[in-house]
Design a protein around this ligand. Structure first.
Ligand SMILES: CC(C)(COP(=O)(O)OP(=O)(O)OC[C@H]1O[C@@H](n2cnc3c(N)ncnc32)[C@H](O)[C@@H]1OP(=O)(O)O)[C@@H](O)C(=O)NCCC(=O)NCCS
Length: 176
């Protein structure tokens, strides 16, 4: 039987695991996609406080769009497996490069199908929000992310050069 996975909103209960997740990514030298401000947060509590700013129009930093943070947790042992951020709209930068959804799975839990399942659950949340299609992008070098998008119905639109990170991105749309 398939393991039960939960896509949850982060709260204080898993506070120690957020810092642990960040440490894993720093140790692996990996990009913390779909984790919002985790990289620049001083600890788990600071991360939660920063996330709240993105979820309320009254506190949303200038130029950003509302975004909801999710975490993927394995029910059997409560382990934090992945993170996914759902942006409610596209601004110019998101339309060109970053899309509606970003995600990551912790290095020690990869290649178990978790990203594919997490994205499917994230798409359900996007549907609940009223979105009818979402944009997801990945680096041309990122085979795992490309396969995750394709497995969830991604339709390739084009590639775009992202000047800040200096990488070529593939842009995919998923109809909801
Ligand atoms: C991309 C990422 C989320 C994939 O997570 P994952 O849980 O290992 O992915 P899954 O196990 O669900 O596998 C998804 C697909 O990618 C394939 N895959 C996974 N890792 C792979 C790798 N290293 N090389 C090639 N293919 C890989 C799987 O075989 C599967 O494809 P399939 O269904 O055609 O067999 C993870 O590698 C990650 O967090 N990377 C760093 C952050 C990142 O790149 N995020 C995406 C930004 S666009």
């Amino acid at each position: 039987m398939e393991e039960k996975l939960l896509l949850l909103r982060p709260d204080e209960r898993l506070i120690a695991q957020y810092e642990d997740y960040k440490r894993d990514f720093l140790a692996a030298g990996d990009s913390m996609d779909g984790a919002g401000p985790l990289r620049r947060s001083s600890d788990g509590r600071d991360w939660l406080a920063r996330l709240r700013l993105y979820e309320d129009p009254a506190t949303l930093p200038e130029g950003l769009v509302l975004a909801t943070q999710y975490i993927l947790v394995r029910e059997s042992d409560g382990r934090l497996l992945g993170m996914l951020q759902l942006r409610h709209d596209l601004n110019d930068y998101l339309l060109k490069y970053a899309g509606h959804i970003g995600y990551s799975v912790r290095p020690s839990e990869r290649r178990k199908g978790y990203a594919k399942r997490m994205l499917a659950m994230g798409l359900d949340e996007a549907r609940k929000l009223g979105l009818t299609r979402v944009l997801i992008t990945c680096s041309t070098e990122n085979e795992a992310s490309r396969r995750t998008i394709l497995a969830n119905g991604g339709v390739f639109e084009n590639t775009a050069w992202e000047p800040d990170d200096k990488e070529m991105l593939e842009r995919y749309w998923i109809e909801l």
